[in-house]
Design a protein around this ligand. Structure first.
Ligand SMILES: [Fe+2]
Ligand SMILES: [Fe+2]
Length: 365
């Protein structure tokens, strides 16, 4: 498994306005870091304007149905359990990326958004009356006896992992929203329509979509400045992916069975609505092609003396990947123009000179 650590000092170096002949590893990290700071600032401003809601007041919880089936109660309990570990998710990832201003500050904002997800599910569980306040209290304690730990111990793998995880969570909530409209994927749940639950699932799915796109942009940046390592990490994550906290939630087997039975999520959903769109958004052909390309590529030394050939270039669309990164820098640039930062300390796009085909015409002036 290839890993990349954050360098000790990400602030060194001057901005480069033209394409250099060679980018050192430190310079690549500096460019990544600068982009993460820009993206994070853009994200916060958008989050505050578009998604500033409170878990207690975005719906009138008193109007929630109190006659849901036990299957729906188990779904709510399951999502409540997963989101209960928000403090672990946040602190563990923060510890890993603390050297990066952009990533660590984003992670705090992300943690606050995940915290309100936990509160939303607690409200849903309480107001559905499917579980007593005492039960919820005891369950919470039981959950918190266990600690969630990182599935990977390096910032690149965790970036890739969160891309897939956020997308998968979004899909779960979108499908639960469908069920709450009385339109479940599987028969037998037509009578479960509940506008309050539907609104809760939808608002959570909107947050998860925003998280997904932030991490996706991060993965695109990594892919551009560290293509070989990022492709390796994508393959690792796709091969070993599991949703968070499943192994530490005591009644997960029961919850997983209901999630599958109701059609909210399962292996088919993972393949069709997670793997396929995420790979496409990363411009990667598919798992099999990626595996074969990376296998072929480990033959002659690369810039760091690791055995490689250029075969990995065949596993993704380099032109599209570059275009994605140009778009990120354009987005950051537009935001910095809006707030005036461009006049003092603009985030500049520096092309990766390793790229086989120079397709970009983007320039920040
Ligand atoms: Fe969440
Ligand atoms: Fe999320």
């Amino acid at each position: 498994m290839t890993t990349i650590d954050l360098p000790p000092d990400l602030t060194a170096g001057e901005h480069e306005r033209t394409a250099p002949l060679l980018l050192s590893t430190d310079e690549r990290h500096r460019l990544l870091e600068r982009a993460f700071i820009g993206l994070y600032r853009w994200y916060v401003s958008r989050s505050q304007v578009k998604r500033n809601w409170n878990a207690d007041s975005f719906v009138n919880w008193r109007e929630m149905r109190t006659d849901h089936s036990e299957d729906v109660a188990i779904l709510i309990e399951g999502f409540f359990a997963v989101e209960q570990y928000a403090p672990d998710y946040t602190s563990e990832i923060l510890r890993l990326v603390r050297r990066s201003h952009g990533r660590s500050h984003f992670q705090m904002r992300w943690g606050a958004e995940e915290e309100r997800h936990a509160n939303t599910w607690e409200n849903a569980l309480l107001f559905s009356t499917a579980r007593s306040p005492q039960y919820i209290d005891d369950y919470k304690k039981e959950l918190r006896n266990n600690i969630w730990t990182l599935p990977w111990e390096d910032p690149l793998h965790m970036m890739i992992y969160t891309v897939f995880q956020e997308r998968a969570t979004q899909v779960n909530y979108l499908n639960f929203a469908q069920l709450s409209r009385g339109l479940a994927a599987k028969p037998g749940y037509e009578g479960e329509a509940d506008p309050i639950l539907e609104r809760a699932c939808t608002i959570l799915a909107t947050d998860e979509a925003a998280h997904y796109y932030f991490f996706l942009e991060g993965a695109r940046l990594y892919l551009y400045y560290f293509p070989e390592e990022t492709l390796d990490a994508i393959l690792d994550v796709v091969t070993h992916f599991a949703m968070p906290a499943q192994n530490i939630i005591p009644n997960w087997p029961v919850i997983a069975e209901i999630i599958y039975k109701t059609g909210v999520y399962g292996p088919r959903e993972f393949q069709r609505n997670v793997i396929v769109p995420v790979m496409k958004n990363l411009t990667v052909e598919g798992k099999k092609a990626l595996e074969a390309g990376l296998k072929r590529s480990r033959e002659i030394p690369n810039r760091d003396g690791v055995l490689r050939t250029s075969a990995f270039w065949d596993t993704f669309d380099a032109r599209a990947a570059e275009g994605n990164v140009v778009n990120i820098f354009e987005k950051i640039h537009e935001y910095e123009v809006l707030i005036g930062r461009d006049a003092i300390d603009p985030t500049l796009y520096v092309p990766n000179p390793d790229w086989p085909e120079k397709s970009s015409t983007f320039q920040v002036v």
